[in-house]
Ligand binder design. Structure first.
Ligand SMILES: C[S@@+](CC[C@H](N)C(=O)[O-])C[C@H]1O[C@@H](n2cnc3c(N)ncnc32)[C@H](O)[C@@H]1O
Length: 267
């Protein structure tokens, strides 16, 4: 049953609109150009440096459970990024007594360059994993584009794809949908160098609810408890039912605010 949604519109200033216009120019240019120099693979070093002993212990623990040594596949920064995402999923699993079924169709919404695809792969062991991203043709300073990096990140992962699409128009059922840090207020979207025309969390979440199969799970991660509250109101308006929330107080990588993972069911 869908509820009416009252969104308090945050104030958009003239300077925000000017920034948005600038971002829109570059966003549309990259969409038109669709630049790609082919799959770009970063070089792994096989190890991390400067880990604290608690980080090292936790990584060992996760490797025992999930058997993925991200450092053999990715450079240290990307590897640690994956351990950070896996740490949050694993802690939430324990705290919420959540059993994530394996061999499911998993879709991630707003994947950027999908540098954390391996963490999703390790945790969900999916039959299919799809990363979706609206700004997948963004050009980086080194002449590579986001899709080039994404293809490098998923190169050796089984049944994994990356699709450049606006998820609001993406029609593909999934058993599990994940969204890491979706934009629920406009300022972070502008800081991410996107135009305000892409700020539409109500439609994005409605499409997530449409694509989620009955009995499926939506896993949303937000930057802070305040942001999680804003996101919760929007998700509830789509008819999804909240099944638990976990605040990641002791993350693997230090953060200024704790991430919040919320589980949503489609019933
Ligand atoms: C804050 S970033 C998070 C990126 C990534 N999930 C992570 O954890 O690093 C949000 C991402 O959502 C993407 N996004 C925003 N609106 C979208 C839409 N309608 N369809 C697909 N992706 C979208 C943005 O381009 C951006 O890459």
């Amino acid at each position: 049953m869908k509820k009416n949604l009252t969104i308090i519109q945050p104030q958009i200033t003239l300077s925000d609109r000017l920034r948005s216009g600038y971002h829109r120019f570059w966003y549309e240019a990259s969409q038109a150009l669709r630049w790609s120099r082919g799959t770009y693979r970063e070089t792994p070093l096989g190890t991390h440096s400067n880990l604290s002993s608690s980080q090292g212990d936790r990584i060992e623990e996760m490797n025992t459970i999930y058997g993925m040594r991200f450092e053999l596949r990715y450079p240290p920064e990307t590897s640690l990024f994956n351990y950070g995402y896996l740490d949050l999923l694993d802690r939430a699993r324990q705290n919420l007594n959540w059993t994530a079924p394996q061999q499911q169709h998993v879709c991630d919404v707003g994947s950027a360059n999908f540098s954390y695809a391996a963490a999703l792969q390790a945790f969900f062991q999916p039959s299919q994993l799809v990363g979706t991203e609206v700004d997948g043709h963004r050009l980086y300073c080194n002449g590579r584009s986001r899709i080039d990096y994404a293809h490098g990140h998923i190169q050796d992962l089984p049944h994994t794809n990356y699709v450049v699409t606006d998820y609001r128009q993406h029609n593909q059922p999934a058993d599990i949908i994940t969204a890491w840090y979706p934009f629920v207020t406009p300022k972070p979207l502008l800081a991410w160098r996107l135009p305000l025309s892409l700020f539409d969390p109500a439609s994005l979440f409605a499409q997530i609810a449409n694509n989620l199969v009955i009995g499926g799970t939506f896993v949303m991660v937000n930057h802070s408890p305040i942001e999680a509250t804003v996101a919760k109101n929007i998700a509830e308006s789509t008819g999804l039912v909240c099944r638990g929330q976990y605040v990641h107080d002791a993350p693997l990588r230090p953060r200024t605010q704790p991430s919040v993972l919320t589980l949503w069911h489609h019933s």
